[in-house]
Design a protein around this ligand. Structure first.
Ligand code: ADP
Length: 300
C-alpha cells in the first residue's frame, strides 16, 4: 500500500508517494506562495498528488491514506493550523477538512512537522533502536518531537515538543529568552549581524568563527552553550536515552555535536543523563515526507 505524504512548510509544500518500506516513489514541491490562499494551494497540492499517482500507475485502491505534517502551533484534534508564524494566511485553516473535500475516500492523518520528522527518524533514521528519544530540529526556529516508552507523545492538542518556546535565559540577546530566540539559525544570523554591524548569514557566522574571527567565535561558543542548556533541560525532564539533532544548523556537524556532548556530560543532573547519546539526524532530505507517510503506515 502507498501513503501520500504532504509536508507543509513556510517556503514549500512537499508532496510524495511513499511505500511501506519508506521508499519515496515520486515527489514534487510547490512554493507556498503568500499571494495564494490556502484553499488554492491545497487545490494545487491535490492536482500534484493526482499527477504523481497517475505517473506511478497507482490506483485509488492502492492508497492507504494521507499523512500531513505542518508547522505548529496547530490543533491536531480538529485538523487545523493554529497560528504558525511563517504561514500567516493559514491561521485557523482547516487543512484536514479541505483535503477531505478533494480526497474523500482516504483517511487523513495530521501532525506537527517536527513530530512527523521524529517518526521518520524512528522508522528509518538515527533512532531506529531507541524507545526513549527526543528529536530536535535547529533550523529557522527550534522544534522537537518526543518519543517515550515506545510511543509518540503529542500532548492534548498536538503541540508537545514546541521546545523553541522553552524559556532558557530571560533577557539574553535582548529577547525574552526563549530557546529559538537565542539559539536558532535565525538568532545566530541576527546576533552576528548586530556584532559585525552588517548583514551576516548563519553559515557565514560559522565560517568566520572557524577562520578565527574572535567576535564570531565568542558568539558561536555562546550559542553552543545555549543549545546545550536546552538539551540539558530536556534530558532532566524526560530522561531520554538519545537526542537526535537535525535541521539546517546541525549541518555544521562535529563542532556542534562535540560542544553539546561536552555540555551535557557536565551539566545534566543524573549520571545516566550525562551519558545521553547525542547523534545527528539521518534523514535530512525527506524526513518531513517520510514522517508524514509514517503517520499513515503507522510504523510507530
Ligand atoms: P527550515 O527552517 O525551513 O526547516 P532548515 O532546516 O534548512 O530550514 O534551516 C534553516 C536554517 O539553517 C537557516 O538559519 C540557515 O541559515 C541554517 N543553515 C542551513 N544550512 C546551514 C549550514 N550548512 N551551516 C549552518 N547553518 C545552516
Amino acid at each position: 500500500m502507498i501513503a501520500i505524504g504532504i509536508d507543509i512548510g513556510g517556503t514549500k509544500i512537499a508532496v510524495g508517494l511513499v511505500d511501506e518500506m519508506g521508499k519515496v516513489l515520486a515527489q514534487q514541491s510547490l512554493k507556498t506562495d503568500p499571494a495564494k490562499t490556502p484553499e488554492q494551494l491545497i487545490e494545487e497540492t491535490a492536482l500534484t498528488v493526482n499527477a504523481l499517482l497517475a505517473e506511478q500507475n497507482i490506483t485509488p485502491e492502492m492508497v492507504k491514506g494521507i499523512g500531513v505534517g505542518a508547522p505548529g502551533p496547530l490543533d491536531a484534534k480538529n485538523g487545523r493550523l493554529d497560528c504558525p508564524p511563517n504561514l500567516p494566511a493559514w491561521h485557523g485553516f482547516a487543512v484536514v477538512d479541505e483535503l477531505r473535500n478533494h480526497f474523500g475516500a482516504w483517511p487523513v492523518h495530521f501532525q506537527n512537522d517536527a513530530t512527523a520528522a521524529t517518526l521518520a527518524e524512528k522508522w528509518l533514521g538515527a533512532a531506529r533502536e531507541a524507545d526513549n528519544f527526543v528529536f530536535i530540529t535547529i533550523s529557522t526556529g527550534i522544534g522537537a518531537g518526543i518519543y517515550m516508552h515506545g510511543r509518540l507523545i503529542t500532548g492534548a492538542s498536538g503541540n508537545a515538543g514546541d521546545v523553541g518556546f522553552m524559556m532558557i535565559e530571560p533577557g539574553a540577546a535582548g529577547t525574552e529568552g526563549y530557546w529559538e530566540q537565542i539559539a536558532s539559525g535565525t538568532a545566530i544570523a541576527r546576533q552576528a549581524s548586530e556584532r559585525l554591524s552588517r548583514p551576516v548569514g548563519t553559515k557565514e557566522a560559522f565560517e568566520l568563527a572557524a577562520e578565527g574571527d574572535l567576535q564570531m567565535r565568542e558568539l558561536i561558543d555562546l550559542t553552543f552553550k545555549r543549545l546545550g542548556m536546552g538539551c540539558v533541560s530536556l534530558i532532566n525532564t524526560l530522561d531520554p536515552e538519545l537526542l537526535v539533532i537535525g535541521g539546517g544548523v546541525s549541518q555544521i556537524g562535529e563542532p556542534l555535536f562535540e560542544a553539546l556532548r561536552a555540555y551535557v556530560s557536565e551539566h545534566a543532573l543524573s549520571p545516566a543523563g550525562r551519558r545521553t547519546i547525542i547523534a545527528p539526524a539521518a534523514l535530512s532530505q525527506n524526513a518531513g515526507l517520510i514522517g508524514a507517510a509514517s503517520l499513515v503506515h503507522q510504523t510507530y
